[in-house]
Design a protein around this ligand. Structure first.
Ligand code: TXA
Ligand code: MG
Length: 332
């Protein structure tokens, strides 16, 4: 049984009690819904990997109410402190060396000597994390390989009966996951996300993996983004295949459009008719789910996706679309 909790004092208290007791609770962040568990409990982390069907070599992000509690677990350097001051709370994850005797268990780090930490935005979530009083590991609250959830209903569609509760904090504002930056050595981009490279570079200067902004999106996988461990080519997958960069729509296709020049066909959704990338990111995963369902019901065999500009949060959108379109192990 999966309980649905309201984002009020009682709901937050119940969610915190479940997490402290080793349970699994999904909650909204500003990016996507996360599936939270006590990052210090090997048993809770094992349950979390099992519920998602996530490979054990893919490490988790630990979430904190503030930078001070995050930096109690990892060794912050000046770049980390500057980025935390600029972007936390917000959609930026920092990978840093773990401190000895810290509260993030080896299983949550996939055995690595580093840990990914972030301080998400939102008062309800900050209250929950404070009430937990420990690092809370939270991968996106979907079955491994599926489309990430940006609404409580998406979480239930994937994980109902497999987790203890969902704290329904409403739709997620940003809509794509956090930017993941490795700061263990020279700064390296591991995953484009909610904070743009340009914004990061303004704080700490140019970074590796930062060459792709504004560049063509057709030269993947040599797009300059270094992959985090466990990140798979095929991910975020709807059931129908995607055709990226489409400038037309065939009879057997539905359309996921972007901008004013995408056709408004009967079986089309437009991520942002005005061509606004933030709006497109916000709608991305919900529209990907919806167009997949509608296209399947209408007997279509493919989803054409209009080109998305490769700049700012467009890098994150194109990264997710590319992995949604990638061939899957074992076929469809
Ligand atoms: O926006 C987000 O980041 C969401 C919300 C729920 O916070 N979470 C999320 O988690 O996207 P997940 O598990 O889907 O992605 C975590 C990413 C993976 O690509 C993983 O490889 C990387 O972070 N990661 C975690 N720990 C790492 C480490 N020690 N070194 C390198 N990469 C790491
Ligand atoms: Mg994920």
């Amino acid at each position: 049984m999966t309980a649905i909790l309201a984002p009020d004092t009682q709901g937050v208290a119940e969610a915190a009690a479940l997490i402290r007791g080793g349970g699994l609770v999904a909650f909204g962040t500003e990016t996507v819904y996360g599936l939270g568990a006590d990052a210090g409990s090997t048993a809770a982390i094992a349950r979390l990997y099992a519920a998602k069907g996530r490979p054990a070599h893919n490490p988790l992000i630990s979430h904190f109410a503030d930078a001070e509690s995050a930096f109690a677990e990892v060794d912050a350097n000046p770049a980390a402190r500057a980025l935390a001051a600029a972007f936390w709370p917000g959609p930026l994850t920092l990978v840093l060396p773990v401190r000895d005797g810290g509260g993030i268990c080896a299983a949550a780090r996939a055995g690595l000597p580093s840990a990914a930490v972030r301080v998400p935005r939102g008062d309800v979530l900050a209250g929950l994390l404070r009430a937990c009083g420990r690092p809370v590991a939270a991968p996106s609250a979907n079955r491994s390989g599926h489309v990430s959830p940006t609404q409580a209903a998406h979480v239930l569609a994937d994980l109902h009966g497999r987790i203890d509760a969902v704290l329904d904090t409403g739709p997620c504002a940003v809509g794509v996951e956090s930017t993941v930056l490795d700061l263990c050595g020279r700064p390296r981009l591991l995953r484009p996300g909610g904070i743009s490279l340009a914004a990061i570079s303004e704080v700490i200067g140019p970074i590796e993996g930062g060459l792709s902004e504004g560049a063509s999106d057709t030269d993947a996988p040599g797009d300059g983004v270094l992959r985090a461990p466990g990140m798979m080519a095929s991910h975020y997958a709807p059931s129908l295949p995607l055709r990226l960069g489409a400038r037309d729509v065939a009879a057997e296709e539905a359309l996921l459009g972007f901008g004013p020049d995408a056709p408004a066909a009967a079986l089309a959704l437009n991520l942002s008719p005005a061509g606004d990338l933030d709006e497109a990111a916000h709608n991305l995963f919900a529209y990907l789910r919806a167009i997949d369902e509608r296209a399947l019901a209408a007997g279509k065999s493919c989803i054409a996706v209009w080109p998305i500009p490769h700049t700012g949060i467009g890098l994150a959108i194109n990264d997710r679309l590319r992995r949604a379109a990638a061939p899957r192990p074992g076929g469809r």
